[in-house]
Design a protein around this ligand. Structure first.
Ligand code: ZN
Length: 214
């Protein structure tokens, strides 16, 4: 049995015969009939044969299946059979779209959970006092950098990092370093700086999660 399974959607006997010959392969995966001969017998120009076949037949390669749903690899012409590379994993367009949609949903869900945790953590009612001198130098430096970049001196607001008026440091590499430090220290910093304030206004959208963007 050949590796091509096909069905012909036409009542025309001559066309059905031509379509059968078009898709017929032998045990060595070689097409049995030449397309020029098939076109001649059917009485159509050779260059129109493939589009006619494509329009009135459905063909699949049974040695290649979607890794998700098992659907057979669709064939649009003889060359798509020759180029199918059966050993290479393949996912059908439907499954790719579904996977992409799931990935987007998972990303949104993860971000939502992240934001809910932030809301809980930074609820003013959950804050507790901790003396500033208890904080490490790195936290203090980070706090000052934030003020310099785009936070109020009393930390009554913090702007999104990408809208800071000035660069945090003189060069990009150092800015990346200090931004990572700030991210790591942010929770401790805000415990310290928000503690003396009564209900400060923090815009939740100011938090940008690099792993959820780009
Ligand atoms: Zn599939």
């Amino acid at each position: 049995m050949g590796k091509i399974k096909f069905s012909i959607h036409s009542d025309d006997t001559d066309f059905s015969e031509a379509a059968y010959k078009y898709w017929l392969v032998n045990e060595a995966d070689k097409f049995v009939h030449l397309t020029g001969d098939i076109a001649n017998e059917l009485g159509v120009p050779p260059q129109t044969l493939t589009s006619l076949i494509r329009k009135h037949t459905t063909a699949v390669a049974i040695d290649k299946q979607c890794t998700d749903c098992g659907r057979f690899y669709p064939l649009t012409s003889r060359s798509s059979f020759s180029e199918r590379r059966p050993s290479r994993a393949w996912m059908c367009p439907n499954c790719i779209a579904t996977k992409r949609q799931r990935s987007v949903e998972a990303k949104l869900k993860a971000e939502q959970i992240h934001r809910e945790k932030i809301s809980e953590t930074w609820d003013p009612n959950n804050r507790y006092a901790r003396p500033l001198e208890k904080y490490a130098l790195i936290d203090v430096v980070s706090m000052l950098s934030m003020v310099r970049g785009g936070a109020a001196e009393d930390y009554s607001y913090i702007k999104p990092v990408d809208s800071f008026d000035e660069h945090l440091t003189p060069n990009t590499e150092f800015t990346v370093d200090i931004t990572s430090l700030i991210e790591a220290c942010l929770h401790r910093i805000l415990e310290a700086v928000l503690m003396p304030l009564s209900l400060p206004t923090i815009d939740q959208q100011a938090f940008i999660f690099t792993k959820f963007t780009g």
